[in-house]
Design a protein around this ligand. Structure first.
Ligand code: ZN
Length: 310
């Protein structure tokens, strides 16, 4: 979000760089109003004590300052990508996707657009288990399998607390030692959400795997063998060493049913290496399926979409 610390009129402002600048966690900033700098000290005192605000924070021990030193370059890079225009575009995409998902799932977004930045939170149709409230079928199922846990501050902070909170302790004792991360995905979110997804007008999916016959054919062959071995229901198309149809590079096609998407697509994302893959649904609108409906893994390639029927 656009930020003007001066306009806020605060004494201190702290923020981090790990979200939008992709910095490692711990790479953060602290702004201190001039009148507060004399009384503001680093929590680890090393060199520079008594030599002023900046000197005191300059070197707080033997740690790698590489991430801090790279921040200005990261900010320049973000600006080069579009700066405020990029921020506005990201926000618009997040709001659009949030509204679309909420409509499909029959739930709602967590905050009105005026209160949202480049992120949207959507309520999943998977109710919390609250004291005195009978859990739904979904909630009971998730709870039994130990795969969904109520969000607790202690869990959020550590990822895996040593003991469950008292109100839920008895119920999840059996699952707790596994310490698997909280999970509530669509396939476990009950028949309503599943139906909402399966109700999409998508009869199947294509993954077009692009390669260079001179340099990356072997990598494409290895990926193809992995798909054949792990996903026998996927239909492998012919090798096309020369561009065909709307495609501008050599490729082969993998056709698969929507039910394979949750397993095949993640598998490909981990095994495609440097190959570019175009994923597109089949909705009967060929041009849109290859453009606005499409997903890319790796570098997108040009497509001759104009030759496809609308
Ligand atoms: Zn296709």
């Amino acid at each position: 979000m656009p930020l003007s610390v001066a306009a806020l009129g605060v004494d201190w402002y702290a923020g981090n760089c790990h979200k939008w600048l992709m910095a490692p966690k711990g790479c953060a900033f602290l702004w201190t109003a001039p009148q507060r700098r004399a009384e503001t000290h680093a929590h680890i005192l090393s060199h520079g004590l008594g030599e002023g605000y900046l000197a005191e924070f300059d070197w707080t021990g033997t740690r790698d300052p590489g991430a801090f030193l790279a921040v200005t370059a990261a900010i320049d890079f973000l600006e080069a990508l579009g700066g405020p225009a990029l921020m506005a575009r990201n926000r618009a995409l997040a709001l659009e996707a949030g509204a679309m998902l909420a409509a499909r799932l029959g739930t709602e977004v967590a905050a009105q657009p005026a209160m949202a930045g480049s992120m949207a939170a959507i309520r999943l149709p998977c109710p919390d288990r609250r004291r005195g409230r009978r859990p739904s079928r979904c909630g009971r199922g998730c709870w039994r399998r130990g795969r969904m846990r109520r969000s607790q501050p202690s869990m959020a902070a550590s990822g895996c607390a040593s003991r469950p909170p008292p109100t839920t302790r008895r119920r999840i004792t059996r699952a707790w030692p596994r310490c698997s991360p909280p999970r509530c995905d669509l396939t476990r979110a009950g028949p309503r959400a599943e139906a909402a997804v399966m109700d999409l007008p998508i009869s199947g999916w294509h993954a077009h795997v692009y390669y260079d016959p001179a340099t990356t054919r072997a990598a494409a062959a290895a990926l193809r063998e992995g798909i054949a071995a792990g996903f026998p229901d996927a239909v492998l198309g012919r090798w096309h060493d020369v561009p065909v149809g709307p495609h501008t590079a050599a490729m082969y096609q993998v056709a698969f049913a929507p039910k394979l998407f949750p397993s095949l697509v993640p598998w490909m994302s981990l095994h495609r290496g440097a190959l570019s893959v175009l994923l597109h649904p089949e909705t009967g609108r060929q041009r849109a399926d290859h453009t606005s409906h499409a997903l890319w893994m790796g570098a997108p390639l040009p497509l001759k979409a104009e030759i496809l029927p609308e």
